[in-house]
Structure formats: structure tokens, C-alpha cells
Design a protein around this ligand. Sequence first.
Ligand code: IPE
Ligand code: IPE
Ligand code: MG
Length: 238
Amino acid sequence: MHLPKHVAIIMDGNGRWAEKRGLPRTAGHKVGAETLKKILTHAQKKGIEVITLYAFSSENWKRPAEEVQTLMNLFRTYLKNDVKELIKKGIRVSFIGERERFDADLQEQMNRLERQTADFQGFHVVLALSYGARNDIINAARQIAAKAAGGQIKPQEIDESFFSAHLSTADLPAPDFIIRTGGEERISNFLLWEAAYAELYFTSVFWPDFDEKALDDALETCQRRERRYGGLNMKQKI
Ligand code: IPE
Ligand code: IPE
Ligand code: MG
């Protein structure tokens, strides 16, 4: 397989990274934000076109208020300072997830960033914030149902590409490669529809420890894999 065009990462293990060091969980999130910067720079250098980062799930609101508050403040700082550097580098930034659940100032920052970087080409960073794939699928179903009820489309016109066009990832290629750090081997409601044929890669490295070399290793593993999409490897004898 060639270098994946779209890499998606479930950035997990911040809390355990901190606990292992006798630090509060929030310390792990702070170092994790630094890791994100390093990995974005490296991914761009490697020639990846799209990278989607799962930073906060729609279920993560259930965490203790103090942890949620720290994460919100980190997003705030990140969007204000670090992302400015991304703009300087000509990187397109966009967001998927339930934007309306965030404070108004954060929503405003997200909207502004998307507007400012909308025409940038070459490298696209997608941040999944308060994202949940089932919810995204339900939203798509609702929009389509409304169109059907309004007589704009017939049920038999609904096919895979029509459905995909109603998801928040409509303008992205499907992810080729999904990495999860932190040792858990599950998807946790991330890109369920889009991941149908993605290669999955699980590493026990906690997100704050994930570095350039770890991304290189993951990409090498990915490039050794063979994707068949239900067909056959034509080099094999039948
Ligand atoms: C991932 O790290 C970051 C978020 C979910 C916000 P965790 O906070 O889930 O870290 P662990 O899995 O508890 O170690
Ligand atoms: C998945 O991690 C979400 C993010 C990394 C943002 P979680 O830590 O929330 O997932 P579970 O609870 O272990 O499934
Ligand atoms: Mg976790």
C-alpha cells in the first residue's frame, strides 16, 4: 500500500500516562497537546494530505467537571496560539462534532479558523471535538428523511455516496489508516461509517509518548499491508 492519504488518530492514554508518574490526569492532557503539535508537523513533512484527530468524544462530557474544564481551557489556548502557527504554514483546519455544545467563544474560534484556512491546500487537519459517529450518522439520516418527506428525493435514490455526502466528513476522503494509542483496541464511536475499509493500528504507547519515530513505525506497518476490499490479491494462485 502507498503512503496513506488520510490518517486518523484516536489520541488515547493521557490520563494513564500522568497516573503512572503520580501526576494529576490533567498533566497528561497538557503534554498530549504538545505531542499533537509535533505529530502534525511530522505528518505534514511525510506528505500526508489529511489527518483527523479524535480529541474529545461526545461521551467525554461525562468526565468529572474539573477534567472537562481543563480540556476546554486547553482547546481554548490551542486554538488561540498554536493553531495560528498552522495558519502561517498554510494548513487548512476544520472541525467535526457537536460544535453547539461548546462555549460561544470556542465556537467562534472554530468558525473563524475554518473560514481563515478554507482555501489552503496541501495539508488538512481535522479536529474531532465532541464527536460521536453514531450521532453523525443519525444527523445524516435526519437530513435525508427531511428531504424524502419534502419530496426532494425518492428513497431508492439513497445510495452510499448520497449518504456519505450528508456526514460531517463529506468533503474528506475515507480514512486509509486509523491509529489508536494507549493500548485499548476499540473504536470508541469514531468514524464508524468512514472506517469500513480502513487499516487499524493499535499501539500500547500512551499519547504523550507518541513521537515522530512512533508515527514512522506506524506508517511503515501500514505500507506493508495489503488492502483487498473483499476481492483477491491477483498475485495469488486460485
Ligand atoms: C485521551 O486520553 C484524551 C481524551 C479522551 C480527552 P484519556 O483521558 O482517555 O486517557 P486514559 O485513557 O484515561 O489514559
Ligand atoms: C476515545 O478515548 C476518545 C478520545 C481519544 C478523544 P476514551 O478514553 O474516551 O475511550 P474509552 O472510554 O476508553 O472507550
Ligand atoms: Mg482513554
